[in-house]
Design a protein around this ligand. Structure first.
Ligand code: SAM
Ligand code: DTB
Ligand code: SF4
Length: 347
């Protein structure tokens, strides 16, 4: 089996040419690359928890947690470590292999770091992979998180450099690249992607993927989010992106970053099963599982279990995940759908 070469010199025109391929040709190419690098029927499953919600000083126009817009999100202080560990245990029992903790911060403050570190250590002890997304990180903070055992750090570029100014004014594209460099230099795995459906052009979508693919090392995990339109944000009334364009974005991400996990991320709540199946066909091999993303809804756990079963997809467990309970937990849960699923409730 050939393994696709890893390139870091993609030109915008080449990427736009991939986007412009006939849909079937693009999907065929993406599926080929996918099969050269992954088991095509395994999907990695992460669960998200908002550990600090709302009142964020940044002005990201898509975000329900920005203090600049009036949305229905109630602010909540940093959760207690015990509460986070309870939620991580519940996620593990539901079959997640990675637990991602997100905070509505511009960046973590020094006084927060001891709690954050305890959370990482506690979640790791449960045998879960750990991921955090806390905003910008200094080199020192990245080093502290690495020392605590954090596996992944999520920080998105969100869109192309040219379109970025339409979305956020309180931090620059360069700031974001610097955080990604700090995370990489500290030796953590990088989770970096963006959002489509914010009124950007196809060239902007190509530009986002170009930036990600031309990083010195491809991010291990690439979340492709479909904009979740939230009432009260400036983007609440935008027109829907053509769903096939979303699938194309996934396919191009797969071709550009052959060995990365491409996450079919936010936006699944409004996608039907057929569209999600096309995304998996295009090379998506990771999802967020559980009824809530950070503040917005995600498909019910039992709906995802049914989707996996209908498509013959199995959840991927990471190496070293050693707990008797974990074996095909999602499969077991299929037999026990009447059981209530415990997830984080936004107050
Ligand atoms: N505050 C930190 C930051 O922005 O770096 C971490 C949390 S922030 C909510 C994480 C990511 O969620 C954002 O970078 C953005 O890509 C994504 N996101 C936020 N609101 C979204 C929405 N309405 N639709 C899709 N993705 C969204
Ligand atoms: C990412 O790229 N998508 C996730 C995760 N990283 C943190 C967040 C999606 C948030 C969607 C809006 C919300 O639920 O607040
Ligand atoms: Fe704050 Fe992150 Fe939302 Fe931007 S995306 S407003 S930084 S929580």
């Amino acid at each position: 089996m050939t393994v696709s070469t890893l390139r870091h010199d993609w030109r915008r025109e080449e990427i736009e040419a991939l986007f412009a391929l006939p849909f079937n040709d693009l999907l065929f190419q993406a599926q080929q690359v996918h099969r050269e690098n992954f088991d095509a029927n395994k999907v990695q499953v992460s669960t998200l928890l908002s550990i600090k919600t709302g009142a964020c000083p940044e002005d990201c126009k898509y975000c329900p947690q920005s203090a600049h817009y009036r949305t229905d999100v109630d602010r909540e202080r940093l959760l207690a470590v015990e509460k986070v560990l309870q939620e991580a245990e519940a996620a593990k029992a539901q079959g997640a292999s990675r637990f991602c903790m997100g905070a509505a911060w511009r960046n973590p403050k020094d006084r927060d770091m001891p709690y954050i570190i305890e959370m990482v250590q506690g979640v790791k002890k449960l045998g879960l992979e750990t991921c955090m997304t806390l905003g910008m990180l200094s080199a020192e903070q990245a080093e502290m998180l690495k020392q605590a055992g954090l596996d992944y750090y999520n920080h998105n570029l969100d869109t192309s450099p040219e379109f970025y100014g339409e979305i956020i004014s309180t931090r620059t594209y360069h700031d974001r690249l610097q955080t990604l460099a700090n995370v990489r230099d500290a030796g953590m795995k990088v989770c970096a992607g963006g959002i489509v459906g914010m009124g950007e052009s196809r060239s902007d979508r190509a530009g986002l993927l170009q930036q990600l693919a031309n990083l010195p090392k491809h991010p291990e995990s690439v979340p492709v989010n479909m904009l979740v339109k939230v009432k009260g944000t400036p983007f609440a009334e935008l027109d829907d992106l053509d769903p096939f364009e979303f699938v194309r974005s996934i396919a191009v991400a797969r071709i550009l970053m052959p060995q990365s996990f491409v996450r079919l991320s936010a936006g699944r709540e409004t996608m039907n099963d057929e569209l999600q199946a096309l995304c998996f066909m295009a090379g998506a091999n990771s999802i967020f599982y559980g009824e809530r993303l950070l503040t917005t809804p995600n498909p019910e756990a039992d709906k995802d279990q049914q989707l996996f079963q209908r498509l013959g997809i199995e959840p991927l467990q990471h190496e070293g995940y050693s707990d008797d309970v974990h074996e095909a937990v999602i499969g077991d849960a299929l037999q026990e759908q009447e059981q209530p699923v415990r997830y984080y409730e936004v107050s």
